[in-house]
Design a protein around this ligand. Structure first.
Ligand code: MN
Length: 314
């Protein structure tokens, strides 16, 4: 039996299925979670399918979360999508069910779950969910196709990043057969409000770039307040430095209310996930996140990036 077949057998076994994904959700987290929910509701109308997690306001256009009670977990199957490690799962009740499945595309450093499918070659968790539905001959709905497409567009930067493969396009082509306004999804995901646009101007203006293309910028609480943006809004400018031809690898340090720093790391070719891991984070080779607790640690992280880029560009 393939892992997909085992997963389907487990889905068949349970009456209630609760789907989780990671904290600070991005479109792939929501797309894979809610796309899977829509597929299961369509194919198993007798089952109760719930989705839990923080309702991220900037992604409310994709889907709304369910109100899930502790009592709902009794005798359930829990599926977690797009989440590398247990600490990142939103919410912490993922262990209250009878059986746990992990479906992910990040490096499998924390192999949690009673059954897991981790495919690091997949562009996104949404790509895996679509592949699962296709191979298991599950019917998709227009809504599921829209959610999964948004997830793939989000994680591939509209098919820009190297994780985009022929299978990504095959899956996207299949999703395109559904009745969805795909252009408006892509447009929506490319749009930003004027506050974020102005913050982007600040980022381009203040980016420090070394001779090899290692770049950094610091967004203090004062700056966030000045531009009237939240920490979540900074997701809209993470990829921006990469538009500059002389930037190869970059870090955006976002000061948090408690004085610590959220570090968003991106790279065109040189892997940066090991740097992220050394600073309480992790992620993909070219897209990671970390945490820093002082300006000195920020400097140390930038130094590691500079060294990695200098080494990688030789
Ligand atoms: Mn993802």
């Amino acid at each position: 039996m393939s892992v997909f077949e085992e997963m389907l057998a487990k889905i068949n076994e349970f009456e209630t299925i609760i789907i989780h994904r990671h904290q600070r959700p991005d479109p792939d987290a929501i797309g894979s979670q809610m796309g899977l929910k829509a597929i299961l509701e369509k194919n198993f109308p007798e089952k109760r399918i719930l989705a839990t997690g923080f309702q991220e306001p900037t992604l409310a256009w994709m889907a709304e979360m369910d109100q899930v009670l502790d009592a709902d977990y009794k005798g359930t199957l829990v599926i977690v999508t797009d989440t590398a490690n247990t600490e990142r799962i939103d919410d912490e009740r993922y262990n209250l069910g009878d059986f746990l499945i992990k479906i992910d595309h990040h490096p499998n450093d924390d192999a949690y779950g009673d059954l897991l499918w981790v495919d690091t070659r997949a562009s996104s968790a949404s790509e895996i969910i679509t592949q699962f539905a296709q191979e298991m001959k599950l019917t998709l709905t227009d809504q599921a196709a829209a959610l999964l497409y948004a997830g793939i567009v989000g994680d591939t930067g509209r098919f820009l990043y190297p994780a985009t493969t022929s299978r990504t396009f095959q899956v996207a082509a299949y999703l395109q057969t559904f009745d969805v306004d795909f252009a408006s999804i892509s447009r929506r995901m490319d749009e930003m409000n004027s506050r974020v646009a102005k913050l982007m101007g600040y980022v381009y203006d203040h980016l420090e770039i070394d001779e090899n293309g290692a770049a950094r910028v610091l967004l203090t609480q004062e700056t966030l307040v000045h531009y009237q943006v939240t920490d979540a809004d900074t997701a809209g400018i993470v990829s921006s430095p990469g538009r500059m031809s002389d930037v190869k690898t970059w870090a955006i340090f976002v000061e948090q209310v408690d004085g610590s720093y959220r570090v968003r790391l991106r790279s065109k070719t040189v892997p940066i996930n090991e740097i992220a891991k050394r600073h309480g984070g992790g992620g993909h080779p070219l897209a990671s996140g970390a945490n820093s607790y002082s300006l000195e640690e920020n400097d140390a992280i930038y130094k590691e990036i500079k060294e990695a880029v200098a080494h990688g560009s030789k």
